[in-house]
Design a protein around this ligand. Sequence first.
Ligand SMILES: Cc1ncc(COP(=O)(O)O)c(C=O)c1O
Length: 314
Amino acid sequence: MAEHPAYLWWNGKLVRWEEATVHVTDLGWSTVGAVFEGIRMYWNAEAGEGFVFRLQDHLERLHHSMKLVRLERRYSVDELTEAVITLLRANECREDTYIQPVAYRSGGPKSLSGYSPESQIYISIRPMPSELLSGKAVHARVSSWRRIADDVMPPRVKNISNYRNSQLATMEALQDGYDAAILLNTQGKVAEGPGACLMLVRNGKLITPDVTSSILESITRDTLLTLAREDLGLLVEERPVDRTELYLADEVFLCGTAAEITPIASIDRYQIGDGAPGPITQQLARLYHDIVRGIDPRRPLWRTPVGMTQLTKA
Ligand SMILES: Cc1ncc(COP(=O)(O)O)c(C=O)c1O
């Protein structure tokens, strides 16, 4: 892909990148109640095909996010599915790609009182090469910022405003010489990373904060719990997690659509395991890698083929 894709999708139509503009006064308030999704298409070079991972689940979550912030849902999940596929085909995407639909409020005065349910949606894409199985591991700190709570700004959905909390934690971690942050919730239990969920392994068990621990209802989390239980036969616990469990864990990793599976080497300078990706993390990463790319043919309903094989090569 060039510097930017040729097209994005905006309110029902493919629009050339240069022509997708809004007035400068639309900046700011329109994004306070905006919601979005982060979806990946994985390219399978051997098959000459791209597969969008759990597309329907992501678009259903977009609908849930829109409902929670009271945005009108103008397009059905089926219509948005078609929009994503049309966009990937129009841009002839033949590489790992990140797909980001954004639904935002339009109309009405641009202030707190400017509540209007009227919504607009655009979908943009950009290349995002996979880092799965790269062997990289990151150094994390527990943030001094707490994760937003369900009765403050619900982290369950992908509201853009929630990411101010994520930014504060990320900036703090980077400034202090770490690669990543881990946020505790207002109860002092482990919540998640700024843009990913968290899992740990202790005594062979896979443990992760439950969905009422102030986390996003993550699709990768659900995927990995399913694979761990059904394919790897691991014992899985979804429950409140203490901070000190992180320090004593054998393995810890972040997981999410963008983060994929990111092993953690140390937390607050406590080394995790031997500081390299652990055996269960690696086993899960291999399985996840093969499933998302369609190398492993199991769970076909999780993959939506783009239909690139039907397009003539440019
Ligand atoms: C705050 C937060 N938590 C968790 C996740 C992981 O969610 P998913 O696996 O659905 O991408 C994300 C990623 O988008 C996120 O932004």
